[in-house]
Ligand binder design. Sequence first.
Ligand code: FES
Ligand code: FES
Length: 190
Amino acid sequence: MPRMTINDRPVEFDLDPQMPLLYALREAANLTGTKSCGGGDCVGACMVLVDGTALRSCRITLAEAEGRLITTIEGLSRDRSHPMQQAMVAEQAIQCGYCTPGIVISGAALLQRNPAPTREEIEAAVPNLCRCGVYPRLVKAVQLAGRVVQRRESISAAPAPGIDAADAAERVPALRVQAGPENGSSEPDS
Ligand code: FES
Ligand code: FES
């Protein structure tokens, strides 16, 4: 049975070793942040880090992943604090969400080996397909993240997951909340 380390946790899959890693991640490990076009056509919605290199998990079998260190988007950071995640928000480079996890993984892998990439280097290292045309912002996001990695710049952090409505209302002018009558919980105004 294939064994590997996923997001710092040793795991063993009781699955066909020829199964693509992608399906094991999504269907068995419940790591659904890794997306799938189902056929190797999307150029990277399924990207994960394999021993630090961004690879398409739909093209790797469990047997090939045996003994490797796998990092999915869930393992990149627990609180969206990775510079690539923060820079994607800051540069408004997040569009449909389907492609974003793979783009972030590709960018993170690039920055690990080259924190100051040129536009050409980013285009080569982040091949992810994006039909909404986010590429110019994507280049800016990777370069911003690189400056953060080098501690030449900082980003004012985006809200962490699980932010409640009252906290969100302090940041979003269109949202108002009222205190709940008994337990102090808050509901959006209608
Ligand atoms: S699922 Fe589309 S390239 Fe892997
Ligand atoms: S981010 Fe998904 S198509 Fe552009």
